[in-house]
Design a protein around this ligand. Sequence first.
Ligand code: BMA
Length: 325
Amino acid sequence: MSIFKRYSKNPILTLKKNNWWESKAVFNCTASYDGTNVHMLYRAVGEYDDYISRIGYASSTDGFNFIRRNNPAIFPTEEYELYGMEDPRATQIGDKIFITYVVLSDYVKSHPKVFSALAVTKDYNEFNKLGIITKNFNYNKGITFFPGKFKLDYNLSNNNNNTYYLILHRPDISTDLNLKTIGRDICLSITNSVSTLNNSILLLKPEQAWENLKIGIGPSPIKTSKGWLLFYHGVSMDRIYRVGAALLDLKDPRQVIARTKQPLLGPVEKYEKIGDVNNVVFPTGAVVIDKIILLYYGGADKVCCIASANLNEVIEYIMKDTISG
Ligand code: BMA
């Protein structure tokens, strides 16, 4: 039995036939919570010819019932966004929300490169686009910031006070990593600039059969008394997307304290098994309200869903079902 319970009214968002930009699919939703409202951004598709995605916005006072905005929140305006924007991931840092998203879809044949870009907002109304942040890599998607800067024992010559942004990502090549496996791992970039990812270390690599093809980061890490709680997606060789989790050391998130052996959630329900891409549970958002984690995920590249669990029980579970410690 899964520790996460699917919301009985899943899916919470489905396509809107009469709204052109979200008339085919809405999925892979991210979220932030300001103490009153849960703000959601989600990937939306309105046609299959070019498969260009836009990002929609919805808000909720209880985390379950969302009111959608009619127009896309983030849509292509820059040259690098010409082929759409996919899989937003939001992180609150100070009074700003940092939103990463994938640009130049790999479904667009003429654009083999896949980058990730950053936009910043304070209110989910105006989005300040800061450009591509993965220029050092040929292919890099699934980027999530840690919520805040870190004081770490790590020497970048241009940083005097040793405080860094920590950014989780998945590069395919590695200029400075000496990785044995390539394009399958979650890496951690330690940087004092949000505009370029570099100085990466390998954080997690696939360990179990259900995540053997690749793993990729999910929502922004959640701070708990036992460590940083990290959800990620793991893809098996037969391309089934499931959810795994890890705990990282609070003071030094380069240290992995524990990690699930078994997936926490995988495709079971029809809305997870059948869609535009079958058998996908793809988590990109998480908020904690009254010690309950609400995990937001895309089902089969078609709909947005929620699964919830008690925060302490999830942590206990990960510590028990662990592959390192
Ligand atoms: C990933 C991304 C996600 C998608 C998943 C499953 O590579 O493209 O947007 O949900 O594949 O198709």
